[in-house]
Design a protein around this ligand. Structure first.
Ligand SMILES: [Fe+2]
Length: 158
């Protein structure tokens, strides 16, 4: 039974982690959304987004597409990848599939049907557009700072 138990552990642990980040990634519509700006104290994150994706608009388009085109249940995720030192977008299947080892999620969009169906029916893209209006960039920047200041355990010298 170890195969089934390990799969369940990965599923439930990852689901708990992603939802815990998700709730904190959101804020009220008056306080969130837009583009992260240095004036708001999130300059390092704004710079990293431009460095990794070319522009905020390019990043927004990629994460929107990753969340919107998830087949079945999944997530669109912005993660810090420590091997390259860059931000990447991941399209996560269920809670735990299709991701490389070692990246730290810092902004996540729940793209499971339960996240949007009651209000948005089958209009998943409208839901994702609404998500952008409530992103708490202070929280994302805090997570970026924590992820980048952690020792890179993937490249420890022998
Ligand atoms: Fe969910």
């Amino acid at each position: 039974s170890i195969n089934g138990l390990e799969k369940n552990l990965a599923f439930h642990l990852s689901g708990h982690i992603l939802h815990s980040i998700y709730w904190q990634n959101m804020t009220g519509p008056k306080d969130g959304g837009g583009e992260p700006l240095a004036a708001d104290g999130v300059g390092a994150l704004a710079d990293a987004i431009k460095e990794s994706f070319g522009s905020f608009a390019g990043f927004k388009a990629q994460l929107t597409k990753a969340a919107a085109t998830t087949q079945g249940s999944g997530w669109g995720v912005l993660a810090y990848e420590p091997l390259s030192g860059r931000l990447i977008v991941e399209q996560v299947y269920d809670h735990q599939g299709n991701v490389g080892q070692g990246a730290t999620p810092i902004l996540v969009f729940d793209a499971w049907e339960h996240a949007f169906y009651l209000q948005y029916k089958n209009q998943k893209v409208d839901f994702i557009d609404a998500m952008w209006a409530v992103v708490n960039w202070q929280d994302v920047a805090r997570r970026y700072e924590a992820a980048t200041s952690r020792a890179n355990t993937l490249l420890l010298a022998p």
